[in-house]
Design a protein around this ligand. Structure first.
Ligand code: NIG
Length: 410
């Protein structure tokens, strides 16, 4: 816990924006070395930014004052891995899995058929519904992907729809090989016309490097094409077994390799020696009856980790980051602080966001984006201590209350 007396960006009395002082913060998680976790704290929001954080006793005046009466405040969740542009439902597949059938990449094609058949309005409405569901649970920054279109036109429209709603959009044309094409022919299309068609709507490219999807050579071609087009790189890897995903992600300097359920010692070492974030998806591991990813092993080795929901209709149909945090604590041996950090700052890092940059998310310090998650609890420990209880009390995004007691949905 920091003993400093707070810091300000700009002078409060001359700021053009209205400033709101939030007082009565029982516990403030800042994710910064400078402020750490503050108790009996206050925070000033001005415009869409945090303007000041520090002990309540040193808080400056502001135009407005909100008393959160001892509640815990943390950065909004940064969900760095979702697949929310889709149509259809896979309840039957889920039931079959719970009855013992194994998850396989092939289930993705069921959603591809439904997505191709859906009008843009249907896809957009479903995406907005799920984005709103996530926001109400504290997710203030969200990535989503294409990957259920798999034709040039379907991937293009999925990317355009995603770009209207999500904070970050990833092109995952290389999700699985669609029927009627060889993998190599399809990779040609992904790296050529499809990439060209989506490029204006996306910031990232991703590839599912896994048995039943794309091999290492095909995955490398996708990453190289994305890089040449100026996109950031991400990889789905090591989900269903050990494989080449992590190695490739590290070699290409990808921002993140996602799943990491099955890792060799070499994978863990390679991640620890790199800047590539290992993004762990515990809700997916549970929903596909896989082992949980080795979070403790990764952290102990010095690797960077993130936690994300992997919200999608097949392997992980939840938008709840709190559930991921709870699971990481109760079943993956992370401390609450480590899990919360992985679901906020870790997610931001997995999206290439520098926590020291102006307007950064995943941190609460002067100059960061004012994305706040206020819990109806005195500390973040309650996320694991009271599993399954909806603890979100209020959510602020870009300096505005958007959900909860002071938001529009109550
Ligand atoms: O991250 N691994 C590949 N893609 C998704 C699965 C999507 C689906 O089953 O529809 C995932 O789990």
């Amino acid at each position: 816990m920091s003993s400093n007396t707070g810091a300000t960006v700009g002078a409060l009395d001359t700021a053009a924006e209205i400033a709101t002082l939030i007082i009565g913060i029982g516990e403030l998680t800042t994710n910064t070395d400078e402020y750490g976790v503050l108790h009996d704290a206050a925070l000033v929001v001005s415009g869409d930014r945090v303007q000041w954080v520090g002990p309540a006793a040193a808080a400056p005046d502001a135009d407005h004052r909100v008393d959160v009466e001892g509640r815990a405040v943390l950065p909004g969740w940064v969900d760095s891995h979702t697949h929310l542009v889709f149509a259809g439902d896979r309840t039957a597949e889920f039931e079959a899995r719970m009855a013992g059938r194994a998850y396989s990449a092939g289930g993705i094609r069921t959603t591809v058929d439904a997505t191709r058949a859906a009008a843009d309005e249907v896809l957009a409405a479903n995406l907005r519904r799920l984005r709103s569901e996530a926001l109400r649970q504290g997710t203030t920054y969200l990535e989503t992907k294409t990957g259920y279109g798999l034709t040039v036109e379907d991937e293009r429209r999925c990317a355009a729809i995603a770009a209207e709603v999500a904070d970050e959009v990833t092109f995952l044309g290389a999700h699985v090989v669609p029927a009627g094409m060889s993998a190599d022919e399809y990779v040609d299309l992904v790296c050529g016309d499809m990439l060209e068609a989506v490029a204006d709507h996306v910031g990232w490219i991703d590839v599912f490097c896994e048995e039943g999807a794309f091999d290492a050579a095909q995955s490398a071609r996708v990453l190289a094409a994305g890089r040449a087009r100026g996109l950031g790189l991400r990889v789905h890897g090591n989900q269903l077994g050990t494989g080449e995903g992590v190695r490739l992600a590290v070699e290409y300097g990808a921002a993140s390799v996602d799943h990491c359920t099955y890792l060799t010692d070499d994978d863990v070492e390679a991640l620890a020696a790199s800047h590539t974030v290992a993004t762990l998806l515990p809700a997916c591991d549970l929903s596909t009856r896989q082992p949980l990813a080795p979070a403790r092993r990764l952290l102990d080795a010095g690797a960077r980790i993130a936690l994300a929901s992997n919200a999608n209709p097949g392997s992980s149909y939840t938008t709840s980051m709190a559930y991921c945090v709870t699971t990481a604590v109760l079943q993956m041996n992370l401390s609450v602080a480590e899990a919360v950090r992985a679901a906020t700052l870790g997610g931001a890092r997995a999206l290439g966001i520098d926590p020291d940059a102006d307007g950064a998310v995943g941190v609460l310090r002067p100059g960061a984006r004012a994305d706040l998650h206020i819990l109806d609890a005195p500390s973040v420990t309650h996320l694991a201590y009271r599993p399954g209880v909806p603890l979100t009390w209020s959510v602020w995004r870009r300096g505005e209350p958007v959900a909860g007691t002071s938001g529009s949905w109550r």
